[in-house]
Design a protein around this ligand. Structure first.
Ligand SMILES: C[S@@+](CC[C@H](N)C(=O)[O-])C[C@H]1O[C@@H](n2cnc3c(N)ncnc32)[C@H](O)[C@@H]1O
Length: 422
């Protein structure tokens, strides 16, 4: 019988590698603490090294040019990552579990039981050699055209070696936190010296699940925190978060200007529910509308003094957190996203009050999702004027743009820009 952790990993890998879908939120929810930790490690390793794991297996086949069923490749990959990098897993367990996996008619390919058993048993004889052999294979095997595109986009405008960036992106990110209440900080949490108001965990400190569940704090990437630390001295009366769920940035807006009227739009009903729950747990007052924002904005009404558009995007800047991106990115409808971003941006700009602030942001490195819109919208909507609102390491172009350095900044890849209206 396959253990629950391996079953959860195999099911998720089939979804990503077979169906081109993202790793679903909560894919490991049913696993207990230790099992969840093992499953997360296995999934991350297979996704981050999928290209080289497959390349390693091929010379071990009687016919190396032969294609293997996905279930066989997954069983081999899962066995190999345990043998090479997870010292706590006994070799016989790694081999036995992969044989169980390939023998499962729903997940594997039962005729390949013998093949998987033979390859993994041989590999288990010297785990150090296996690890060295796998690490010696070229890193470029682990990335397809989408990954190459985002590396080029991220490193194009700055001095940064794409291989060094790729290596940085292969290490799972460290979480960053925002305390929301006057509660004692959880064990091992300390201030992040580079981002005012941000907190991080000391090495080895336990993840503060109870603290987060209690609403005493939230997880928010360092880049998002730095983006939201924009300077703005005016007191906005009416604030709009155009694409608001799950509500991290709306929380920052609501806490910073508690007297303002905050509206938060979200198209997807289930995500809007989560947004409402998050805002309530964090004691942030907002009017949440479940609606398509372009049409809602175009419907007319009073202007807003501050508008945040954290637009839907490819998420190319989140590769460190989402190692499935290199394998599903080519299926992303980039042209469709760029069009939606423009529609949202124009509709938002037209609802900005004179003297107000519009912030556009995407967690992407692709210039067509960020920088290109900055130029386009200025030509499109009369009276928009860039205004400097960022300082510090992520500020670009004198503070009118937000662009964390891909290599030296530890955080998600982001692009942002700010406008006021005359
Ligand atoms: C990048 S996420 C926003 C993250 C959020 N600002 C935060 O910090 O938690 C984009 C959100 O916009 C929603 N969305 C996408 N297109 C939309 C549209 N046309 N109208 C309203 N919401 C939309 C998505 O469902 C998603 O929840």
């Amino acid at each position: 019988m396959l253990t629950p952790s391996r079953r959860a990993v195999a099911t998720t890998l089939i979804r990503v590698l077979g169906e081109g879908k993202r790793v679903p939120d909560g894919w490991d929810r049913k696993l207990s603490g230790a099992d969840a930790g093992l499953a997360q490690a296995m999934l991350g390793l297979v996704l981050r090294r999928w290209g080289r794991l497959r390349a390693w297996s091929r010379p071990h086949l009687a016919d190396p040019s032969r294609d293997l069923p996905l279930g066989t490749d997954i069983a081999l990959a899962l066995g190999l990552v345990q043998l090479a990098w997870l010292d706590g897993v006994a070799p016989h367990a790694a081999v036995h579990e992969s044989v169980n996996l390939v023998a499962d008619p729903e997940l594997g390919f039962p005729p390949h039981r013998g093949l998987v058993n033979a390859i993994l048993r041989k590999a288990s004889k010297d785990r150090a050699v296996l690890r060295a052999d796998l690490e010696a294979l070229p890193a470029a095997l682990d990335r397809g055209p989408f990954a190459e595109k985002l590396l080029a986009a991220a490193t194009g405008p700055v001095e940064a070696d794409p291989e060094a960036l790729w290596a940085r992106l292969q290490v799972p990110p460290k979480p960053a936190f925002v305390p929301l209440r006057e509660e004692p900080l959880p064990e091992g949490m300390e201030a992040d010296p580079e981002v005012p108001g941000a907190y991080r965990l000391q090495e080895g400190a336990p993840f503060p699940l109870a603290w987060l569940q209690f609403g005493a704090g939230m997880v928010q990437d360092r880049s998002s925190q730095a983006l939201m630390a924009f300077k703005w001295d005016k007191e906005p009366q009416r604030i709009l978060d155009v694409c608001a769920a799950p509500g991290g940035k709306a929380t920052v807006l609501g806490r910073r200007w508690p007297a303002a009227k905050l509206m938060a739009l979200e198209q997807q009903a289930a995500r809007a529910e989560r947004l409402k729950e998050n805002l309530a747990a964090r004691r942030v007052e907002a009017e949440v509308q479940v609606t398509e924002a372009t049409a809602w904005l175009a419907g007319g009404g009073r202007p807003f003094d501050l508008i945040l558009l954290d637009a839907p995007c490819s998420g190319s800047g989140t590769l460190q957190k989402h190692p499935e991106l290199p394998w599903i990115g080519d299926g992303i409808d980039l042209r469709g996203l760029v069009l939606r971003q423009r529609q949202l941006l124009e509709a938002a700009a037209l609802r900005l009050a004179p003297g107000g602030l519009l912030i556009y942001a995407v967690c992407s490195w692709l210039p067509e999702e960020g920088e290109a819109h900055r130029v386009w919208i200025q030509a499109r909507v009369p009276g928009l004027k860039p205004i400097p609102v960022w300082e510090g390491p992520c500020a670009a172009e004198g503070g009118i743009a937000f662009r964390p350095h891909p290599l030296t900044w530890q955080g998600e890849g982001f692009q942002g820009f700010s406008f006021t209206r005359e």
